[in-house]
Design a protein around this ligand. Structure first.
Ligand code: HEC
Length: 164
């Protein structure tokens, strides 16, 4: 054996071993599940809201009402910006019981009593805001809208919807 061959043999062996280890690790990655289970949204251990179990139709109804409430807040703000008491009264009416759509079958029984109490209180506050604005009592209307928004916050802190 020449001097060069004595030096080359262990180096080649080392290169082959390294390639073998790398190939094994690559096959480990390839066999790993590419999409590990994701935790459900908002169900982390820090989420203390009570889950309310509903069907997808019932959830669509509740969330549709919610998005309508955002539009009510927008319209109230626009009416305040133009100091328009009639528009303020009309916008608040949309948040009152008169602006609510009829619940789909089974939703009432799916909603906890406390959820329904908060919803009713919010609708009532909007009704009072509408009436006050109709009488041009703007600060009274503002206070009632503030109470309605406390219900938004309290309910959002308390509940989340879970699909069935
Ligand atoms: C009685 C309970 C309750 C009240 C009152 C309430 N909400 Fe909600 N709202 C919910 C629940 C429950 C959800 C769904 C939250 C979840 O699953 O994470 C929700 C979701 C929403 C959403 C998201 C809608 C979507 O399509 O995803 C908006 C916007 C919203 N609410 C606005 C409001 C506003 C504005 C008010 C007050 C004027 C309000 N809500 C009052 C219970 C309530």
């Amino acid at each position: 054996m020449t001097q060069l061959n004595r030096w080359l043999a262990p180096v080649l062996l080392a290169v082959i071993l390294i390639q073998l280890v790398m190939a094994m690790r690559a096959s480990d990655y390839a066999s790993a599940d590419p999409s590990p289970a994701k935790p459900p949204i908002a169900a982390g251990s820090g989420d203390l809201r009570t889950p309310v179990v509903v069907t997808s139709d019932q959830a669509a109804h509740v969330l549709g009402e919610m998005r309508a409430l955002m539009a009510v807040l927008r319209d109230l703000q626009a009416a305040r910006a133009t100091n328009d008491a009639a528009s303020l009264s009309a916008a608040a009416l949309q948040g009152s019981p008169k602006g609510a759509r009829a619940m789909p079958d089974g939703l009432r029984t799916a909603l906890p009593a406390d959820f329904q109490t908060m919803s009713k209180a919010m609708r009532q506050d909007f009704a009072e805001a509408s009436q006050a604005a109709g009488n041009r009592q703007i600060t009274t209307a503002d206070a009632a809208v503030g109470r309605a928004m406390n219900a938004c916050i309290a309910c959002h802190e308390s509940y989340r919807l879970v699909g069935r």
